[in-house]
Design a protein around this ligand. Structure first.
Ligand SMILES: NC(=O)c1ccc[n+]([C@@H]2O[C@H](COP(=O)([O-])OP(=O)(O)OC[C@H]3O[C@@H](n4cnc5c(N)ncnc54)[C@H](OP(=O)(O)O)[C@@H]3O)[C@@H](O)[C@H]2O)c1
Length: 310
């Protein structure tokens, strides 16, 4: 029997996904009909972006699963009309993009590259940066992205500490977990990378009392989610010099309003939520693989825990 797959995302996504998704579904050996609209009662799976028009799942009476195209699920996880499994995106292209973005910004801080880019004034600044082995980097979140980022930084020689909710092992990384582990993870964080999901438990992970634990003059890189940081407290820490610099890719309100103080702050770099994108070719293979698993009675991969919110 034909599997009806609804693609529910912004129109521009359909133009990039239609061909690779069709190809991946065919390669998975599925007999399917992939469209952007169906009578809801005929839909088996929804390939989904939380900013699509589909917000009420009640009419989708034969739905088997919703496959999110994004890694972050905070805009759909609390939808009470969604009663079937929800999967999030774990995609090689997305992970690789994040590894490259975070590594670049970490090296910017580690090597003090700004001093030379901004210092072309005839002064011979011969400040030798330490080797990576003498630089302590902490990654909050050791999931698909945080673990990959940690390992890439270990590969460059950095002294990496990671922190997660439950106990984890990542080769070469000093892994800490739970509320008690956070203090130790922050105490050494000369460069701090935030790769936590946006949940009730992670909101304001960085606030006055946690920023205070970090070494004076530390740098922050946030490609996770805006609500992980209390913005007022971060601005105070930047103004006092407790935090030397922050690179922020994600915000509570996006696009970041023009009048937001982050834009004008000399010690903040704003990037427009570009740290990493789901890549249509690799992501389509993940979606097709999951539908094929579901159709052959295997468990879905990357199922969201609705109670934990990620
Ligand atoms: N800026 C961008 O372009 C971009 C792109 C993609 C994703 N993102 C963001 O990156 C986030 C992480 O993605 P991912 O795929 O790595 O997610 P993931 O695989 O679900 O990993 C989340 C990690 O955070 C940890 N965590 C969750 N709640 C916690 C808590 N209360 N205390 C301590 N640790 C906690 C988890 O701990 P456990 O290991 O114990 O479960 C896990 O290690 C996404 O949620 C999204 O917000 C941003």
């Amino acid at each position: 029997m034909t599997i009806n797959i609804l693609f529910a995302a912004k129109a521009e996504r359909w133009t990039t996904y239609q061909a690779p998704l069709t190809e991946a579904l065919k390669a998975a050996g599925l007999e399917f009909d992939l469209r952007t609209d169906f009578p809801p009662a005929e839909v088996d799976y929804i390939v989904y972006a939380p900013n699509s028009d589909v917000q009420d799942f009640t009419p989708y009476t034969r739905l088997k699963a919703v496959l999110n195209l994004w890694a972050g699920v905070e805009d759909v996880v609390g939808n009470a009309t969604l009663t079937v499994p929800l999967t999030r995106m774990v995609d090689h292209g997305l992970t690789q993009g994040m590894v490259e973005w975070v590594t670049g910004h970490t090296l910017r801080y580690h090597l003090g590259i700004d001093a030379h880019i901004n210092g072309q004034d005839g002064v011979w600044r011969k400040d030798i940066p330490p080797l990576a082995q003498d630089r302590k980097v902490t990654v909050l979140g050791l999931g698909a992205l945080g673990a990959a980022v940690s390992q890439a930084l270990v590969g460059l020689g950095f002294d990496v500490t990671g922190w997660s909710r439950s106990a984890k092992t990542v080769e070469g990384v000093n892994c800490l977990h739970g509320p008690a582990g956070l203090t130790a993870a922050l105490e050494t964080a000369e460069i701090l990378i935030l790769l936590l999901p946006n949940t009730q438990a992670t909101e304001n992970t960085l606030r006055a009392e946690t920023l205070e634990i970090m070494p004076k003059g530390a740098c922050i890189i946030n490609p996770g989610r805006g609500p992980l940081i209390n913005d007022h407290d971060l601005l105070q820490a930047l103004n006092s010099g407790q935090i030397a610099h922050a690179t922020l890719d994600v915000f509570r309100v996006e696009p970041l309003p023009t009048e937001d103080p982050y834009w004008a702050h000399p010690n903040v770099t704003v990037t427009p939520h570009i740290a990493s994108e789901t890549r249509p070719t690799t992501a389509s293979q993940i979606v097709a693989d999951n539908i094929q698993r579901s159709e052959t009675g295997q468990p879905l991969l990357h199922v969201v825990d609705r109670a934990l919110g990620y």
